[in-house]
Design a protein around this ligand. Structure first.
Ligand SMILES: [Cu+2]
Length: 100
């Protein structure tokens, strides 16, 4: 086996042993303007299969979502808030959040 093959194999092994399934995304939801909005947004996101945790920050008009990237994607989260009447966009690119 050549060196690069070993390196590749160990990288793949590391990735799978680390799980690489949980991701975090921060969504900006500018339409959250009153006290009831965060509840609606929270409910919409919680219903998406694969979403593990939703934290709404009403003061920042942001939502932080932890989800299983094998079961759902950021696009589905954005669709869920939009369907609930709250178009959103991603503030930070989703990143791996293992070990947090
Ligand atoms: Cu409202």
């Amino acid at each position: 086996m050549q060196a690069w093959t070993v390196a590749l194999a160990s990288t793949l092994l590391f990735a799978s042993s680390a799980g690489a399934a949980t991701e975090m995304a921060t969504l900006a939801v500018p339409g959250m303007t009153c006290g009831a909005c965060p509840i609606t947004v929270h409910m919409a996101l919680s219903r998406v299969p694969g979403v593990e945790k939703v934290r709404v920050e009403p003061a920042d008009k942001e939502v932080i979502v932890r989800f299983n990237d094998q079961k759902t994607q950021v696009g589905a989260l954005l669709r869920a808030t939009r369907d609930a009447g709250y178009p959103a966009h991603v503030v930070t690119p989703s990143m791996h959040a293992n070990g947090r």
